[in-house]
Unconditional design. Structure first.
Length: 406
């Protein structure tokens, strides 16, 4: 298969006008599974090739392996483990996982069940009697933020500050110096620094004061791999704070939007609460919270679909396109919560499989199940709703819903 240039399709996907429905453009992109762009980068859009690259040890997550540095990345003196390769990635991920899940803390997510259920219940109680609600502001955002703040030990009253920082950071992820104002990058860099200083202050407070929150455990625990440095703790906390709520906001919001577009499934969920488990898996395939991994780097020349990707090249992984690939999924554009063969790419794959996936799944299951059960005749006010700017972390910025009487 020869490589062809299809920059127009990618540019249309990244353009905000396509945010509400990029899926027809993904279908165009899949005609060329590995497509070289004008700037020398490569876009990969088909399931088999994406899965191959996600497991390929010759593909790096470390920006320092790119032949051409990316704007704004040079300042990362201590990257989070998501932006590192083995063995450093494995060491830091192991150290974080000791306090976040199996095998050392296997009951973390199950132990949070009462907190998750009570938090969602309180938020839905606050919606009672309202003729119109915003799923994002009223539930999808405050719910996972409350949970991740509790887990990390971040004061909930500081949320307004880091919400602004996170928004600027997310907006700068897909910065393109050829088309975007420099202010977009500068705001992202400033927000990154502010957030790191904020987290650094919290870490400093935890030394010598063991507690149940993750920051305390990381700052005071000496496991088999030793103890993280403060810079490593800050980078890990920064990753978990952002990933721990941004993706879940999108998953819950995309989920409610999809249910309101498929009222027969919403009705089923009310009568079959157990349906929520396969339903969330189908959402992760059909309307995932993360659409694109903006870059990977080729350690050496990599051959994918008969295309040679030269060493140092930037590789863009179109995960959401792969999860709609008809060569992998039957009727991929149909939302089917009864789908059995559903090895989607919603949480990625390989060594960087989403660290917080089990928690995000459970948060979405509880939120969608409770909204289906308790909202009073919900209906969309606007379809499509307004979307966030980012094509990487894609989801509505607001989701206005009428209840009966509205």
């Amino acid at each position: 298969m020869t490589t062809t240039q299809v920059p127009d399709t990618l540019h249309r996907i990244l353009d905000y006008s396509s945010r509400s429905d990029p899926y027809p453009l993904y279908a165009e992109l899949r005609r060329t599974p590995v497509a070289r762009q004008e700037d020398g980068s490569f876009v990969v859009s088909t399931y088999r090739e994406l899965a191959e690259l996600l497991h390929d040890p010759h593909v790096s997550s470390d920006v320092r392996n790119l032949a051409h540095p990316m704007p704004g990345r040079e300042s990362d003196t201590t990257p989070a483990f998501i932006n590192l390769d083995p063995p450093e990635h494995d060491r830091l991920r192991r150290m974080a996982m000791r306090h976040f899940g199996p095998p050392h803390t296997p009951g973390l997510v199950d132990g949070l069940e009462p907190v998750l259920t009570a938090t969602v219940g309180d938020l839905i109680d606050d919606m009672a009697g309202k003729e119109q609600i915003d799923v994002v502001d009223d539930l999808a955002y405050p719910f996972p933020v409350t949970v991740i703040c509790r887990l990390l030990g971040v004061p909930r009253e500081d949320e307004p500050k880091f919400r602004l920082w996170v928004n600027d950071l997310i907006n700068s992820i897909d910065y393109n110096p050829a088309t975007d104002p420099k202010e977009k990058l500068e705001k992202g860099l400033a927000a990154r620094q502010d957030l790191r200083e904020f987290l650094g202050g919290l870490v400093a407070q935890r030394h010598g004061r063991p507690g149940d929150d993750l920051l305390s455990r990381l700052a005071n625990d000496d496991g088999p791999d030793g103890r993280m440095t403060d810079e490593e703790i800050i980078s890990t906390a920064n990753l978990l704070l952002i990933a721990g709520h941004e993706t879940t906001v999108n998953l819950i919001t995309n989920g409610m939007l999809t249910l309101l577009r498929h009222p027969q499934v919403l009705d089923r969920l009310r009568g079959e609460p157990e349906l929520v488990v396969p339903l969330v898996e189908e959402l992760l395939r059909y309307e995932p919270p993360v659409h694109i991994i903006p870059w990977r780097a080729a350690y050496s020349d990599v051959t994918v679909a008969d295309t040679v990707i030269p060493k140092g090249s930037q590789i863009m992984l179109m995960l959401a396109s792969g999860s709609r690939d008809p060569q992998r999924f039957v009727e991929p554009d149909r939302f089917d919560p009864d789908r059995r063969d559903n090895q989607h790419l919603g949480f990625g794959s390989g060594i960087h499989l989403c660290f917080g996936g089990p928690l995000a799944r459970r948060e979405a299951q509880i939120a969608l199940g409770e909204m289906a059960r308790r909202l009073d005749g919900p209906a969309l006010v606007t379809d499509p709703p307004p979307y966030r700017r980012s094509p990487v972390l894609r989801g509505p910025i607001h989701l206005q819903v009428r209840q009966n009487g509205g």
